[in-house]
Write a protein that binds this ligand. Structure first.
Ligand code: IMP
Ligand code: MG
Length: 183
């Protein structure tokens, strides 16, 4: 039998409805906090795209978006700590109010690198919004201003998050079966 998209998922952590509710709430909070300002949302490809798309339509102040890509996990589920800038922003962020929109913060190594890089470009403000926080795995402290959900030390997929470039199109966030990455 052909294996389906949902077969690799052990259990659903957050349903589509739960995520949508939470994202709408975050959008309202952000709209209130940045009222009267022009907000720039910086999204980290590719895991954060589904979150960004849903978050931005829940924000009712002027916002623009820009994208960055940095190397993260390959086929393995363990981070190396080595991060590389693959795609840079299109515009200068100097003097702008910047909110980095991330899918998940795990060890924090990726975002730590990114924040240093962005801070050096002298934005007016620089904050972080992450859908998921896997705090038990954190190696470097990252101040998080907006957070969707806490997650335990499990490998999650869906709603933009992948394993080996797959599962990003699951409409919910689920725990990946160990047999998928242990082979
Ligand atoms: P960090 O540098 O360890 O914080 O890694 C952050 C990046 O690793 C995220 O932006 C994801 O791309 C990826 N990542 C970490 N944990 C997971 C997970 O459970 N599922 C999918 N990707 C993950
Ligand atoms: Mg990512």
């Amino acid at each position: 039998m052909k294996s389906g998209l949902h077969d690799g998922v052990e259990r659903v952590l957050f349903s589509k409805e739960e995520i949508e509710d939470r994202v709408r709430f975050l959008g309202k909070e952000i709209s209130r906090d940045y009222e009267g300002k022009d907000l720039l949302l910086i999204n980290i490809l590719k895991g954060g795209v589904v979150f960004l798309a849903n978050l931005m339509v829940s924000i009712d102040i002027h916002t623009s978006i820009d994208f960055m890509a940095i190397s993260s996990y390959g086929p393995s589920t363990e981070t190396t700590g080595a991060v590389k800038l693959i795609k840079d922003l299109e515009e200068s962020i100097e003097g702008k109010d910047v909110l980095v929109v991330e899918d998940i913060i795990d060890t924090g190594l990726t975002l730590n690198y990114l924040m240093k890089n962005l801070k050096a470009r002298q934005p007016a403000s620089l904050k972080v919004c992450t859908l998921l926080d896997k705090a038990v795995r954190r190696l470097i402290d990252i101040p998080i201003s907006y957070k969707g959900f806490d997650v335990p030390d499990v490998f999650v997929v869906g709603y933009g998050l992948d394993y080996d470039q797959k599962y990003r199109n699951l409409p919910y966030i689920g725990v990946l079966k160990q047999e998928v990455y242990l082979g």
